[in-house]
Design a protein around this ligand. Structure first.
Ligand code: PHE
Ligand code: ZN
Length: 879
């Protein structure tokens, strides 16, 4: 195969022809679905002056059976079809094109376009799946109204859905029936959706701010009817929140969600017909953990919010992906913060971000929030586009303040409603309403990599001044050796070391208050605070006000002080993380040098006061008690020493458990309520605190702890507690207890794939060295299938991503296993293969031996006939 070629942002041009209205008829059949399309096409006004432009439509894996223009069939010489699409050299300036194609949904294991999942038909069109359905100008700047008729067997496919409103239905000969759907809103093809199957619905209603009634439906397979309550409640909360917070009202009379088992991503915002991975919508106290409940709430909101940020105003081209994703993630994060515990939400998001997005920035696939070229857009649904994109929007919100930010958002939605636009259009609205110069700020979109800020402070007793000096640099990333300084908003306070109070900040004669944002724009900049009454400890980057690494040479007693006193909850947590990191660093060094490991008593003292002073928000306390993850610790090291990290972190955990056993036990006992399960913040906080405490106790496996874990598993209160207990038993040395528990669990849940996914994950994340055999054994389990992305993620993804000591075994067997699976998935599902291979691409971060082993596996994968997805990732990794 010849090397696939990249697409460049700088080559953007409007299309030669655009579709204004699209009529589709699907005659559904597993092996041979017939798709008739009538496209109403016209020359794009911006290209009216060019003569003789051919019509070029995208198309992949389509068998063309007829083609006509304005009712006139084309002769074979009048058009060409190849593996990329259809070309008609001569066409009028305005016309309609009729085509009929045959496609094979059954053979579609890539899960893009029209495919089958458990016998039901469904579609996934973002980013470029529509071209697998029919020949089309499949690009987001072509927006048309759609009218879709779905024809199917009435007995096996009683439900036929598409975007918009149903306008006609009826019976057809041969046991078939049809439904016609009309979507009055112009949309790009990536938002098209069709679902057909034997589905049941749960229905509810929502009255919009202006008093319109919207019917809400969640469609599931019959056995899942009892698992939709939380998604429905979340949807209604999200609809209300978007009205109240952003002034955005829903625009159709019907909003549908469908749960699908085989799905590459979390969910998809198709207009009026959101399609969800069943893992991101189904919940039940007995089958889903608190984390899943919260994820469902977040994803339901995210997809719903896309109706404005994405659908009504969409992206001009795929380079602008973060325009809809960054903004929508920011919106869903704010929603979750508002309806749950805001500090916990921020801690969770940042903790994940600093581990996973920073790692992406430090690896071979690093790219800016707006990339300038790609081979396969499917590879750009990344943490950088989504989460860093959200951080950039959050910075805008901080720079403008909420009022102006909201005005900018209103302006953006009104000015660009019904259009496909760019990131400049969005930031332009923010600049216009605020009068701010956001020129330098735009570099956040074009420059890849994690900026590093060194902070240094000096207190002058004689003059009562404090000078804060900040220096920024962004390390080189592939293709971007030189970086320019960014505009970095740093929220901060100066905490009086005696009083523990935030001191008033006076900068250049201006009083800023006790908590303020300072603007770092230069490579190096000094800030002189005056009238600083006492020596302060700086609290910097509060709330993680910018996606950077901030270094300040804190002493351990200063960190203990901030952990206890900082008025910013996020920075209290962060001070604890920094303190734990210092202790872990010492132990990593001790492990490497083969000297005795000694626990830092200051960390023990800090934990003791956390455990004994009552804290209102238990979920925050739970977060404060969680040590930095192995992945996060690895991010801080120049060369990752997998075994030393594991040993050091385990030692800290065990030392804390030994020293504070009674305190952890007391916390456990104080937080075991048997109130009926509810996914409410307070209960969730209690459960997480209790389970963190149990985790410490199980780290030393004393009898009492084992007994508590066993009892918690047996009590079966809810999946959160059951899973926590089963994980702790399985990860302990007590296999005599874990094995029967795992067996009982599997017997009970054999027919619930989402619970079996948890069963897979629990086992493959065991730290014990025999786990690789378990992984191989489980891949043969009847509940496992390489064709289902959730199964692959739960088993292979969890092993490679969460079981660091075993994935990075020194004999290379962990790498080999991953490469074998990636090679198989390259044929079945290229998008999933390209995601799964990522841990191998980070080889440069490890020691020479591991580097060699990882590279060898990448080379082996390279020998295959690679999909463009995998080709792009592997080339980046090996260059
Ligand atoms: N646009 C979807 C979302 O962010 C994600 C997605 C992308 C789903 C591509 C499927 C395919 O909500
Ligand atoms: Zn999204």
């Amino acid at each position: 195969m010849s090397a696939p070629k990249p697409t460049h942002l700088s080559d953007y041009r409007p299309p030669a022809y655009r579709a204004t209205h699209t009529e589709l008829t699907f005659d559904l059949d597993s092996h041979a679905t017939r798709v008739k399309a009538r496209l109403h096409l016209e020359r794009h006004p911006e290209r009216a002056q060019e003569d003789d432009l051919p019509l070029e439509l995208k198309g992949a894996k389509l068998e063309l059976s007829s083609i006509a223009i304005d009712g006139q069939a084309l002769e074979p010489g009048e058009y060409q079809v190849d593996d990329k699409g259809l070309t008609v050299p001569k066409v009028p300036t305005r016309f309609h094109l009729d085509t009929e194609v045959v496609i094979n949904p059954q053979a579609n294991t890539a899960l893009e376009g029209l495919y089958q999942s458990n016998g039901m038909f469904c579609t996934q069109c973002e980013a470029q799946g529509f071209r697998r359905i029919t020949f089309y100008p499949d690009r987001p700047d072509v927006m048309a109204t759609f009218s879709t008729t779905v024809v199917g067997d009435k007995a096996s496919l009683p439900i036929l859905l598409s975007n918009g409103n149903p306008v006609e239905r009826g019976e057809l000969p041969g046991g078939k029936h049809f439904v016609t759907w009309e979507d009055p809103f112009s949309k790009p093809s990536y938002l098209f959706a069709l679902v057909a199957g034997d589905l049941e619905k749960v229905e509810d209603h929502f009255t919009t701010a202006s008093g319109r009634d919207v019917t809400l439906q969640i469609w599931v397979e019959k056995q899942n009817l009892g698992k939709t309550d939380h998604a429905m409640a979340s949807l209604k909360r999200a609809m209300r929140w978007d009205e109240e917070t952003y002034g955005r009202e829903y625009d159709l009379d019907l909003f549908m969600i469908v749960a699908v088992d085989d799905f590459n991503m979390g969910a998809m915002e198709n207009k009026g017909l959101n399609i969800f991975n069943s893992a991101a919508v189904l919940t039940h106290p007995q089958t889903a953990t608190d984390a899943t409940f919260q994820r469902v709430e977040g994803v339901v909101a995210h997809e719903y919010f896309h109706n404005w940020s994405g659908n009504r105003v969409t992206c001009r081209d795929w380079f602008q992906l973060s325009l809809k994703e960054g903004f929508t993630v920011f919106r869903d994060q704010s929603f979750s913060a508002d309806v749950n515990s805001a500090p916990v939400k921020r801690i969770e998001d940042v903790s994940f971000f600093r581990t996973a997005q920073f790692a992406e920035d430090a690896g071979p696939t690093a790219h800016p929030v707006r990339p300038d070229h790609y081979i396969e857009i499917g590879n750009f649904y990344t943490l950088t586009i989504y989460e860093k994109g959200a951080e950039v929007v959050r910075m805008l919100r901080h720079l403008l303040g909420w009022e102006a930010f909201r005005q900018g958002s209103d302006l953006y939605f009104s000015r660009f409603d019904g259009q496909a636009v760019t990131i400049e259009d969005f930031v332009g609205c923010m600049a216009e309403v605020s009068g701010l110069d956001l020129g330098q700020f735009m570099r956040w979109y074009s420059q890849a990599g994690t900026p590093e800020v060194d902070a240094h402070g000096e207190y002058d007793y004689a003059n009562a001044t404090y000078r804060l000096t900040l220096r920024q640099r962004t390390p080189a990333t592939p293709g971007q050796p030189h970086k320019l300084p960014l505009h970095i908003p740093i929220r901060m306070g100066l905490v009086g070391t005696k009083s523990g109070e935030d001191l008033t900040l006076t900068l250049e004669g201006e009083t800023l208050g006790r908590d303020a944002v300072i603007h770092l724009r230069e490579e190096e900049q000094s800030f002189l605070f005056t009238e600083v009454a006492e020596a302060p400890t700086p609290s910097l980057l509060r709330g993680f006000s910018a996606p950077v690494k901030l270094y300040y040479p804190y002493e351990r007693n200063e960190l203990a002080f901030l952990l206890a006193e900082d008025s910013d909850g996020f920075n209290r947590w962060d001070a604890g993380q920094r303190l734990a990191m210092l202790a872990i660093d010492d132990l990593i060094a001790a492990h490497r040098n083969g000297v005795e490991k000694v626990m830092d008593v200051r960390l023990v003292d800090a934990f003791r006061s956390l455990l004994t002073t009552s804290m209102k928000d238990k979920a925050v306390l739970a977060q404060m008690l969680v040590l930095p993850s192995e992945a996060y610790i690895a991010e801080q090291q120049p060369v990752v020493d997998v075994d030393a990290i594991h040993a050091a972190r385990t030692f800290v955990k065990q030392s804390l458990a030994l020293a504070l056993r009674d305190e952890f036990l007391a916390i456990y006992e104080a937080n075991t309520s048997d109130a009926p399960y509810a996914p409410e913040p307070e209960q969730i906080g209690e459960r997480s605190l209790k389970n963190v405490a149990l985790g410490y106790l199980m780290a030393i496996e004393d009898e009492k702890a084992v007994e508590l874990a066993e009892r918690q598993f047996e009590a079966k209160h809810n999946m959160t507690d059951v899973r926590a207990a089963l994980t702790l038993l399985t990860h302990s040395s007590r296999q005599d207890l874990a094995d029967p528990a795992l067996k009982a669990f599997a017997q009970k849940w054999a027919s619930d794939p989402l619970v079996m996914d948890q069963w897979f994950t629990i086992q493959v994340t065991r730290p014990q060295p025999d786990v690789l055999d378990r992984v191989k054994f489980l891949m043969e389990h009847p509940a496992f299938s390489l064709k289902n992305p959730n199964r692959v993620r739960a088993l292979i993804g969890a092993f490679a991503g969460q079981n660091r000591v075993n994935f990075h075994r020194l004999d290379g067997e962990g790498y080999k296993l991953l490469a074998d699976v990636v090679i198989e998935l390259n044929r079945l599902n290229p998008e999933i293969a390209a995601r799964l291979v990522i841990p191998l691409t980070r080889w440069k971060r490890f020691d020479d031996t591991r580097q060699g082993l990882m590279k060898a596996e990448l080379e082996r994968i390279r020998q295959e006939d690679l999909s463009p997805n995998l080709y792009e990732i592997i080339e980046k990794a090996l260059n």
